[in-house]
Design a binder for this molecule. Structure first.
Ligand SMILES: N[C@@H](CCC(=O)N[C@@H](CS)C(=O)NCC(=O)O)C(=O)O
Length: 206
């Protein structure tokens, strides 16, 4: 089996890219340049009509959404223990965390970082406070530490890393306020598969 993952370097598709590398699934990557609007070309809309990355082209068809690609990778290679696929309750919690990242943390940080035109004044202050409140929730309730689900690495850790990287790059990940998230980001970025993903996307640890 070989698959094609459509990515935009440094964007949220990093989570799916890490998942394929951790799973050892044979793949190639294809870059979609979001800055030039390549996600809205007819060629890419034929792959993902929603015009966003990631998208994963498989023999059976296309899978979109990081959360779905992570679950697919973990179930495709259960021998790699990338998620608790044999435990209905634990797998539901894995999916819940990934759903929260997609529907809550991603949009909150995305508003701060990617609003066009960029936010200014009170609107910017409010968006930052809102994003920080999501990071507070992760720090104090959601992330068990050292990994998201305690002592066992799962693909959720690679997904959470995306937003920790963005937050650190935007100087929002204060070490005193977010000790657990900072330690988590450093630990994730030291994994071999993550180092490979960063090198493949032309990025460095932050
Ligand atoms: N929840 C979606 C989010 C996808 C998403 O918003 N991707 C961004 C990059 S981080 C994108 O492709 N944006 C292109 C655009 O909005 O035009 C997922 O996990 O796949």
């Amino acid at each position: 089996m070989s698959v094609t993952l459509f990515i935009s370097p440094g964007a949220c598709a990093m989570a799916s890219h890490v998942a394929l590398l951790e799973a050892g699934i044979d793949h190639e990557t294809q870059v979609v340049d979001l800055r030039t609007g390549q996600q809205r070309t007819p060629e890419y809309l034929a792959v993902n009509p929603a015009g966003s990355t990631p998208a994963l082209k498989t023999d059976q068809g296309v899978i979109t959404q990081n959360a779905a690609i992570l679950a697919w990778a973990a179930q495709t290679r259960p021998d790699k223990s990338l998620a608790p696929v044999d435990d209905a309750f634990a797998f539901a919690r894995f999916n819940a965390f990934n759903g929260w990242l997609a529907s809550s943390l991603h949009p909150a940080l995305g508003k701060v970082l990617f609003s066009r035109p960029p936010l200014e004044g009170e609107a910017k202050t409010q968006a930052i406070e809102f994003a920080l409140s999501k990071l507070d929730l992760a720090e104090s309730h959601l992330v068990e530490g050292p990994w998201a689900f305690g002592e066992t690495w799962t693909l959720t850790d690679g997904y959470l890393m995306v937003f920790e990287r963005w937050a650190r790059q935007a100087k929002l990940l204060d070490t005193a306020r977010f000790p657990k998230l900072n330690a988590h980001l450093d630990k994730v970025q030291s994994r071999d598969a993550v180092k490979r993903m960063l090198a493949d996307e032309g990025l460095e640890a932050v």
